[in-house]
Structure formats: C-alpha cells, structure tokens
Design a binder for this molecule. Structure first.
Ligand code: AMO
Length: 440
C-alpha cells in the first residue's frame, strides 16, 4: 500500500466541531480508523481524533469506484478525509460525512496488540506496553479529559483564592520527609536525590507569597506493588501562611467540591462514558471530621481488628472504614510520633495538628499545621533522629520572620482513580512508573 503525503491538506475541523450546523459543507478531518464495517455495497469508517469520532459513509455509486476500492482500511490507520457533511441522527454527533477524497497517511499491522474498537478492554499490562496506542481509546480519552479538567479547575480555584503558582526543585540534596524512600542520582560528582515532596520549599515560599501551590511530580522509592501506589506521583501541594489546620480543612473541602461540580458541568459525557454520572457526585459540605482516636475505637470495637493507639491505620482497617463511612471525610489529630518533624504538635503533645482526607477507604491527602519556630524545628528533627545540620539551608528560612503556616498534599492520580471509578491507579497516568515498569 502506498503511503500518501499530507501535501496541502489541512484539517478544517476536529470531530467535536462537526455537527448538523455544517450540513452541506465540505470539510477535511484527520485521525485514526477506530472501526470499520464493510457490508458489500456500503462501507462505514469510524474516524477518531483527539476529541471523539465521526462516521464516514461510502455507498457504491454515490462515491467514485476508485475511492470505494481505496477504502479498504485497517484498525488505527492514520487517514485524512475530505467530504460533505450530511445530517444522520443515528451516527455520532448526528452527522455522517460523504467523502470525495481519502488519504492514507500511515498503516498498521493486520493484528493490533490490544483491542481498539472499544468492544473489550485488553489486559492492563499489555495496554501499558503499547501505551501510545492504548491512550487513543475512547475510554482513555474520557479518563484524561476528566484529569485535564480536574487540573484546570484546581488551578482556577486556587488562583481565584489568591494562591500563587510556584515551581520548586525536583533534584535535591537531602531528604524532604526525613524518610528513606528516596531515589539517589548522580549530580556531577556528588550524590543527590529525586524529590519526595515539595514540602520544605512550599513552606519556605509561604513566607514569601503567603498562599502558594504547585502541581508537580514527586518520586517515591517504595517497592509497593498495589493498585494505589506508583513511584512517580503527581501531587497538588498547597501551603497557606497566617493560617492553621482548620483553615486548610476548609479550603481543601471547598476545592474538592468545586472541582467535582466543574467536571459534572464540563465533562458529563466523559463521566457517562465511564458509567460515573450517578457516582461521582458533588459532595456536601462540610466534610465529616473524626479524630484519630475515634477511628481507632471504631476499628477496635466494631470491626474486631486490634489496633494499638499510636499505630498507623492498616489497609485492612481502612477497607472496613470505607464500608462504614462513605464519601469524603477527615481524620485529624494523628499521634505525633507517626508524623514528620515539620508537623505542629497539639496542645496535648501526644497528638498533632495533622489530618488526612479520606475518600472511603482511600487516603487522598495529608496535611496539617507546621512548626514555624526554628528552635522547635531543630528539636523536632533531633527527636526524629535526624541531624539538623543537614537541614541548615531549610532552617535558614526560619530565621527571617517565617509566618505561622499550614498546608496539604493531594495525590492527583489517587483522586482521578476514584473520580473515574477505576480499579488501578496506573490507568490514570499516561506513562506510569512502578517498581516493575520503567518503559515506555
Ligand atoms: P504524603 O506522603 O501523604 O504527604 O503524600 C501526599 C499524597 O500523595 C499521595 N501519594 C501517593 N500516591 C500514589 N502512590 C504513592 N506511592 C503515593 N505516596 C503518596 C497520597 C498522599 O495522601 N508533604 C506531605 C503533604 C503535606 O503535609 O503537605 C506529603 O508528601 O494521595
């Protein structure tokens, strides 16, 4: 088969713009063959582009014999079509296109590695191995349209609330969270790390721009092979000066409410495609708040699981909590001993001014009030067994009038997994990184 050149052909429209308003007009579309049917004297091609699909109809006698013959296409062939728009209410968008010319710009093997017609969903690992092809599916279009709109409306909400977008380094000299789950890299002749979190920089910048946010990748070297863990995460980091945890709880729930309201307005057809139109509902405000110890009591007394005060909540216990408490809720006042050094202790220093935002059984966010006194931070580092000298460049910022501040980090992929009703977090990342996957 000869591969044709694009020459002077340019798309006049995307599929989404082709409606009955254009009936009788000549247009040029470009995209991929999602599906085709050959009924002898009648051929249908479903042409798909980044926004959706439209039907190309070829009836023997109505199009030239040469064109009818040429329209022997394979799945995902890259094509351009010139033709006239005709109303046809049974086809996508209520129109069909009667072609006058067709260009075949590229072909595919006879058998594709995954199903692209939408009739079945191929196994996730095989789809991820062929991700650039897989991402073209209508299902993935729906997922990533929702993801795009979530990011857009997070930004809009925060800008409307006086937050400044910041960008912080992803190559760092020492651990942010004080943990061990870091990826080391060579930085010329020194060891450096990929950042786990924008934590320290967003805190420093809250002492400059007061209300800041960043949406950026962070790297977690955890060998967790679960459906909710990935190694390269994308986090919404927010930090607010002249504020404490309670201000953050309020802004976060408003943000969640606002973002879901927006996707219901802007992306209802994508939600419908994923069967989520009656599930991803705008939540009521305020979100219920439970203290950590209330959760421990509930877990111990109701679920017959034995958790000691001071322990982190296990996955098994979270699963049970998710059956008991539907929707979004906060767990606040976690034991200080399981929280990082930068978290402010409560009046009773056994507890901390910290919280998690849960969606059923899934943790979406953690955050809290931060320590803003240098002396207290140095002591907290020592308590956690960390050397304050290796945090000197961070502590330095606390010498110059650091305001009281508080914030949170929200895992974007976890939230999208839930909003789209997916089973595996890897579905929400274009090219996921896990302990077993470094390509594509
Ligand atoms: P934390 O470590 O809880 O907090 O991370 C914030 C949120 O990021 C998501 N997340 C992950 N998602 C997928 N895979 C992972 N391996 C993974 N690890 C974390 C979760 C989590 O709630 N600096 C603090 C935030 C703060 O206090 O502002 C932090 O990083 O949804």
């Amino acid at each position: 088969m000869t591969i044709e050149q694009i020459d002077t052909w340019r798309k006049t429209h995307y599929t989404k713009d082709v409606s009955v308003d254009l009936a009788g007009k000549e247009i040029i579309l470009g995209g991929w063959v999602r599906n085709f049917r050959d009924l002898g004297g009648l051929k249908f091609i479903s042409l798909q582009d980044k926004y959706g699909e439209r039907q190309i109809t070829l009836k023997k006698g109505n199009v030239s014999d040469e064109l009818f013959e040429k329209a022997k296409l394979g799945y995902q062939y890259c094509i351009m079509v010139k033709g006239i728009v005709k109303a046809f209410d049974k086809a996508p968008g209520g129109v069909e296109i009667i072609p006058s010319e067709l260009k075949i710009l590229n072909t595919t093997p006879d058998k594709l590695p995954i199903d692209m017609t939408g009739e079945t969903i191929s196994e996730l690992d095989i789809r991820l191995n062929n991700r650039s092809l897989d991402l073209r599916s209508l299902r993935n279009q729906a997922i990533f349209e929702i993801r795009g709109d979530v990011l857009r409306s997070i930004r809009q909400f925060l800008l409307d609330n006086d937050f400044t977008e910041i960008t912080t380094p992803k190559i760092i000299g020492s651990a942010t969270e004080g943990g061990t789950e870091l990826f080391p890299i060579m930085y010329f002749d020194r060891e450096a790390f990929l950042t786990q979190s924008a934590q320290l920089y967003k805190e420093q910048l809250s002492g400059v721009y007061e209300r800041v946010y960043e949406i950026s990748p962070c790297f977690r070297a955890e060998k967790s092979r679960t459906k909710r863990h990935i190694c390269e995460i994308f986090v919404l980091d927010v930090e607010m000066a002249f504020a404490n945890m309670y201000d953050v709880l309020k802004i976060l729930e408003e943000l969640v409410h606002n973002v879901i309201e927006n996707i219901r307005i802007n992306k209802m057809s994508a939600l419908k495609f994923l069967g989520m139109e009656n599930k991803t509902l705008t939540p009521e405000l305020p979100f219920p708040r439970y203290r950590y110890e209330e959760m421990i009591d509930l877990i111990n007394n109701k679920f017959g699981i034995s958790l000691e005060w001071g322990e982190d909540i296990s996955t098994e216990a979270y699963r049970k909590l998710g059956e008991e408490i539907k929707g979004y809720y906060y767990i606040t006042h976690w034991p200080m001993e399981i929280k990082p050094f930068y978290i402010m202790p409560s009046k009773d220093p056994k507890y901390s001014e910290s919280f998690d935002l849960q969606m059923g059984w899934l943790e979406l966010t953690s955050g809290g009030t931060r320590v803003h006194s240098r002396k207290q931070l140095e002591e907290a580092l020592e308590t956690k067994g960390l050397n304050h000298l290796s945090f000197e460049s961070h502590l330095n910022a606390f010498d110059f009038g650091m305001p009281p501040h508080a914030g949170f980090g929200l895992g974007i992929a976890r939230w999208i997994t839930f909003l789209c009703g997916l089973d595996d977090i890897r579905e929400t990342v274009m090219y996921p990184r896990t302990p077993d996957r470094l390509t594509p």
